[in-house]
Design a protein around this ligand. Structure first.
Ligand SMILES: [Zn+2]
Length: 394
């Protein structure tokens, strides 16, 4: 897979817009020529406020709301002041637009430690060991952060960190290039799979999934543990390896958060239905119901392919393109049982027919509501079709 690179500054109309509004509607419902512009910036409200105001620990909480009745994501960086990529990425994420729900961000959680460039504050307090489960956080700063968490009751909590070593199944050499999460979550595996395929060149730097330590084992009293166990939030602690360039680490953190929020905040599961690792989903978990009305396969899909069009870069909103813009459409997230893919066929524009083409195609948008269809053909002749409508500045 060719690695995609994230720009230094993410556009305001970020990938989160794909979880609702135009993108999902036009990608999921055949024959819908245009959709309501729920992801426009003017439908997103932003506020910010300070915690620990007037102290050296004062820091800003950013709240972006698109649909208050939707799910809530919480992203925090800078718990450790020397883990630069985490708070740099969180600072960018605070500026993202979202298509649904609420995004709460505390980019620089431990302002004192960040100012000092040290892991802990001047008293040696490790902020990420101050959140005892079912207890009161251990410092004023930790209590202020926890007050924000409980105020917004997030469905998803993501804490961004860095490590000087690479995680190898245990933490003895470090915990970098890993996403840690609680039991029963397949999201981290799906996200690491996606990020590794699209953003990691070196297999030694592939992200892995680690589990949270049990309540009686160290490390203890982490924010993500408390959010998971006290509040039932889907909680993730992402670690990059600090031995690569800051730009790369910020890109990885940004991509991890983007994918975690896209999956978790997707209200109807339409975004994740064809993720390639979906077959690893635990059988004890209910399957997310597909709302895709364009699929031509019905009943059991166990032996049939599932077509999936994904725009690249992944934050591209297919409903807010510029005239003349070229967009890459990627079929690689389609599912083909037993890897018995025969070919990908694409139909671009309202006329014409399906033609065999590659896994990725480039489409230049020269008219509004431009339809593109992907047909995945398996060797046994079974097919599935996904459609997307490319729209101009909806
Ligand atoms: Zn850390």
């Amino acid at each position: 897979m060719r690695p995609e690179s994230l720009p230094d500054t993410l556009p305001r109309r970020s990938v989160l817009a794909m979880t609702g509004g135009c993108a999902v509607a036009s990608a999921s419902v055949a024959g819908v020529a245009s959709a309501t512009a729920q992801s426009d910036e003017d439908s997103v409200s932003r506020e910010s406020f300070a915690i620990r105001e007037g102290t050296a620990e004062e820091t800003t909480v950013y709240v972006t709301t698109s649909d208050p009745s939707g799910p809530t994501g919480f992203v925090i960086g800078g718990m450790h002041g020397n883990e630069v990529a985490g708070y740099k990425a969180a600072g960018k994420i605070a500026d993202w637009a979202i298509g649904t729900g609420t995004l709460v961000t505390i980019p620089e959680a431990n302002a004192v430690a960040i100012e000092r460039g040290t892991r802990n504050d001047e008293h040696g307090h490790n902020l990420n060991r101050e959140f005892p489960e079912w207890g009161t956080p251990g410092t004023k700063l930790a209590r202020a952060i926890w007050d924000v968490v409980t105020k917004y009751e997030p469905d998803v909590v993501i804490d961004l960190h860095e490590s000087t070593g690479i995680y190898g199944g245990n933490a003895s050499n470090g915990v970098g290039q890993a996403i840690f999460t609680g039991e029963g979550s397949n999201e981290a595996a799906r996200v690491t799979d996606y990020v590794n395929r699209n953003y990691v060149d070196d297999p030694d730097l592939a992200f892995q999934v680690g589990g949270f330590s049990s309540p009686n084992a160290r490390p203890q009293d982490l924010l993500v543990h408390k959010a998971s166990r006290d509040l039932g939030a889907q909680a993730f602690l992402a670690e990059t390896y600090s031995g690569v360039s800051l730009e790369k680490r910020v890109q990885w953190h940004t991509a991890v958060v983007e994918r975690l929020l896209t999956e978790e905040l997707s209200p109807n599961g339409t975004v994740n239905e064809s993720e390639p690792s979906a077959q690893t989903q635990s059988q004890s978990q209910p399957q997310s119901q597909s709302t895709d009305t364009t699929t031509e396969s019905t009943g059991s899909t166990s032996s049939k392919p599932a077509a999936k069009i994904t725009p690249l870069p992944t934050w591209t909103s297919v409903s807010s393109l510029d005239r003349g813009q070229t967009i890459t459409l990627d079929a690689s997230q389609s599912k083909v049982p037993s890897n018995n893919l025969d070919c990908y066929e694409w139909k671009v524009g309202s006329g014409g027919s399906f033609k065999e083409a590659g896994e990725k195609i480039d489409v230049t948008v020269d008219q509004n509501n431009y339809p593109v269809a992907l047909r995945v053909v398996a060797e046994n002749g079974s097919t599935d079709t996904d459609r997307v409508t490319l729209s101009l500045g909806c």
